[in-house]
Design a protein around this ligand. Structure first.
Ligand code: ADP
Length: 430
């Protein structure tokens, strides 16, 4: 065993005086090395505690006095560290914070998390406190963390969020206003179109009617030249009436929802009738219009009026935009009980970059040199809306200089003109 020197014992006495709980008479000098080690450990721990930027206070539950405090606590509370130990906690912490800590000191609850401002200038701290027992004593350890930066970031975020919210509200209001204006403008346009076409139809019908009557010779004999010119008036009148009817049709579709009127009919018959309606027109243009319609076409439930309107428009276009050859119409059953109609022409074709444009209202592609523009660019826009109303698909494939194929896929609808599997909207649907 190592022998102790006199100086060792002197050091021991000093250490003993610093170690809590070691009485005068407990001079068991053989503890010396352990005590030295314990003291070193305590100092390490002390240094560590003082390095921590958080404020730490150990408060005795027995009398509410500060048992220990680190450098940060002394600095923030503005009390020299030596003066902190033994001070009543009520003398060093602000009253508002004490109101939260007091119940903990009184043994109520085990944990507390609160916010408080401490020091001068006041800084925001997050305070957490909890019961800790050690060395036979009961303590409350109070830890305070500077949350100035966290609060600043949170405030910045909140300001940013408010600013965004404000911006979104402002933009939404502006957008709603624009939508209202657009709706009003579209409304005015549609009313104007409807009124104008309606007003034009009456005199036009008279022109067509009277010129027809005169051509039949009811107004007396006419020279050949007079007949030729009157025929031109009659033809132009009819053409104009077709265009006006198209505008009227379009403005009606735009103004309200399209009414669908379903019934059962043979798909092949409707296609055949549409082809026959345009045979004369094909002949007039010197083109060939042929059909290849399924022998046993399915009976489908849909709106025959809408199917006919779309089909005649597609066939008319095929004829309008073909200068030679003609149009072939194929009709076949599809695998879901509906019918697929293909209108194939040998016309000018449509470039891939123009395929989207042709469905837009009042949009027309440039015609080959010398060719007359016959329509007003509404036929396909109307057809697309009608097809949509009966759940049909309308697509096109085309090659410039070769021709175009428009495919019209008409489904077999269910009761209520609904697509198979679709439920009607409204309360009963829920
Ligand atoms: P319109 O025929 O009255 O101009 P549509 O809406 O029916 O109006 O067609 C829009 C445009 O699409 C036409 O002006 C034409 O340029 C193009 N188009 C339509 N059908 C064909 C076709 N079968 N072949 C070539 N171009 C076509």
């Amino acid at each position: 065993m190592k022998r102790r020197s006199e100086s060792d014992y002197a050091e021991w006495d000093e250490l003993r005086a610093r170690v809590i709980g070691l009485g005068e008479n407990s001079a068991q000098k053989s503890y010396y090395p352990e005590l030295v080690e314990q003291m070193a450990e305590q100092e390490r721990f002390r240094a560590l505690l003082d390095e921590v930027p958080d404020l730490i206070l150990v408060v005795s539950v027995t009398d509410g006095s500060v048992a220990d405090a680190n450098d940060a606590a002394a600095r923030v509370l503005g009390v020299p560290k030596g003066d902190l130990a033994g001070r009543d906690i009520h003398e060093v912490l602000p009253e508002a914070l004490l109101r939260s800590i007091d119940p903990l000191l009184a043994g109520e609850g085990m944990r507390l998390v609160a916010e408080s401002t401490l020091g001068t200038p006041a800084i925001a701290y997050e305070i957490s406190a909890r019961h800790v027992d050690f060395g036979g004593g009961h303590y409350v350890v109070v830890i305070g963390r500077d949350i100035t930066e966290r609060k600043r970031t949170a405030k910045l975020l909140e300001d940013h969020r408010r600013q965004l919210e404000f911006e979104v509200e402002r933009r939404t209001a502006a957008l709603s206003e624009t939508v209202i204006h657009l709706r009003e403008a579209a409304d005015v346009r549609n009313r104007f179109l409807a009124k104008m076409s309606h007003e034009l139809r009456t005199p036009l019908n008279s022109i067509i009617g009277f010129s027809g009557v005169m051509l039949q010779g009811h107004a007396g004999d006419m020279t050949e030249e007079a007949i030729r010119q009157l025929s031109m008036i009659n033809d132009s009148g009819k053409h104009l009436l077709t265009l006006i009817n198209e505008v009227l049709n379009y403005s009606r579709i735009e103004q309200g929802s399209i009414e669908v009127d379903c019934e059962s009919f043979n798909g092949g018959d409707v296609v055949r009738r549409a082809v026959h309606m345009l045979e004369h027109e094909a002949k007039r243009r010197g083109l060939v219009l042929t059909e290849r319609i399924c022998d046993e076409c399915p009976v489908i439930y849909s709106d025959p009026g809408k199917v006919t309107q779309v089909l005649t428009n597609l066939i008319e276009n095929g004829l309008k935009y073909s200068s030679a050859g003609g149009v072939t119409v194929h009709a076949d059953p599809d695998d879901r009980g509906g019918i697929v109609v293909k209108v194939i022409d040998t016309g000018q074709g449509i470039a891939a970059s123009d395929i989207d444009i042709i469905w837009h209202e009042f949009r027309q592609l440039p015609r080959p040199e010398g060719a007359l523009s016959e329509g007003i660019g509404l036929g396909l826009a109307i057809s697309a809306r009608l097809a949509e109303a009966i759940g049909a698909e309308l697509t096109v494939e085309s090659q410039v200089g070769v021709g175009s194929t428009f495919t019209f896929r008409v489904p077999n609808l269910e009761e209520g003109c609904l697509l198979p599997g679709r439920r009607p909207a409204g309360p009963e649907a829920q």
